[in-house]
Design a protein around this ligand. Structure first.
Ligand code: SAM
Length: 318
């Protein structure tokens, strides 16, 4: 009886409900840790033609991007390098086995954020920028075209970085005949500026880029360890990354670790993600409870599913 009341084991040798629950929690935590995808930096191939080999490009708002259906056909079966375990949420399971976090598609909030950059005249010149949960990487590409000093791209899935993000950066920033116009030029349909045209055909722009895959907490550790002296981001751009409340803690801590004291995060999201449970107000409340950042809703979009753009800054920043 005494044993039982202490919650260890009962006399039949069966674990008490409390112990069983604790064991289950331990196992769940262990499983969760085992499922955390390690971070990796992707090197940029010497031969840039190889990056675009077999790629079919499409265009949106003057930006080139890899046509996904062709990637799926050419890559299926050789994505084991992902080494991803745990649950599969993939409708692209041929291309990405294991956990797939949505980076193969360009999600609509990316376009909301691109519009916002033009409207609010967000300045990228000489800034250090992170495109967090980049997928196609269009936000980072806009920053590069706006003459950011450095742009780092991160996606959960390494296949997305190799087959989508890197080719898109190369196609938009290097290929002959492509222009490096700023986001402002694009919105107003102005001709590309002469200053930016100089970058055509030059690989210099790639020297300003780095590419990472892996789970957020792992990537932030890799970045903090590999950037000495510690490099923080002036701008972190992130679109459609708060759909799953299970990731809020890792996302919040990553922003806190990587954002410069006076930096800004621009986060675009649907108000609510049906089925997954995340959404802008839930994340706003999460941030409020943590008491590290202040937030402001800088734009609301009402067409179709309601969407928002949130600006995040450290509480004590200028
Ligand atoms: N930003 C892109 C867009 O708007 O088109 C892609 C959005 S996609 C729905 C979500 C992105 O967040 C994926 O690229 C995925 O890699 C990243 N992501 C989500 N959860 C993550 C996690 N726990 N760790 C690292 N990356 C994550």
């Amino acid at each position: 009886q005494r044993e039982k009341s202490r919650g260890t084991a009962d006399l039949t040798g069966k674990p008490s409900p409390k112990l069983a629950a604790a064991k289950h929690q331990d196992e769940a935590a262990l499983k969760k840790n085992l499922c955390v995808k390690a971070a990796k930096e992707h090197s940029i191939p010497q031969d840039l033609n190889k990056v675009l080999e077999n790629k079919v490009m499409e265009t949106v708002l003057d930006l080139s991007y890899v046509k996904l259906s062709v990637v799926e056909r050419t890559c299926s079966g050789d994505a084991d390098s992902e080494g991803i375990v745990s649950k599969s949420v993939s409708s692209h399971s041929d291309l990405i086995p294991g956990v797939y976090e949505g980076g193969l598609k360009i999600w609509e909030c990316t376009f909301d954020l691109m519009d916002y950059f033009s409207e609010a005249e967000i300045e990228f010149t000489n800034k250090t920028v992170l495109d967090l949960g980049c997928g196609a990487g269009l936000l980072g590409i806009i920053a590069l075209q706006g003459e950011a000093a450095r742009v780092h791209f991160q996606d959960y899935n390494s296949t997305v970085i190799d087959e989508i993000t890197l080719p898109n950066v190369v196609a938009n920033c290097i290929s002959e005949g492509r222009r490096m116009g700023s986001g402002k030029d694009r919105k107003a349909s102005k001709p590309p500026s002469k200053r930016l045209r100089k970058a055509e055909g030059s690989p210099d722009v790639l020297n300003r880029c780095r590419f990472f895959s892996g789970e957020w907490s792992q990537v932030s550790q890799l970045l903090l360890n590999s950037n000495k002296p510690c490099l923080k981001y002036d701008l972190i751009l992130t679109s459609e990354t708060i759909y799953n409340p299970d990731y809020y803690s890792a996302l919040h801590d990553t922003l806190a670790q990587l954002l410069d004291r006076n930096g800004r995060v621009y986060l675009a999201s649907k108000v609510h993600y049906f089925g997954v449970g995340g959404g802008i107000y839930l994340f706003e409340k999460f941030i409020e409870d943590k008491n590290v950042f202040r937030t402001s809703m800088v734009k609301t979009i009402d067409q179709g599913l309601q969407r928002c753009i949130m600006e995040i800054a450290f509480k004590n920043s200028c």
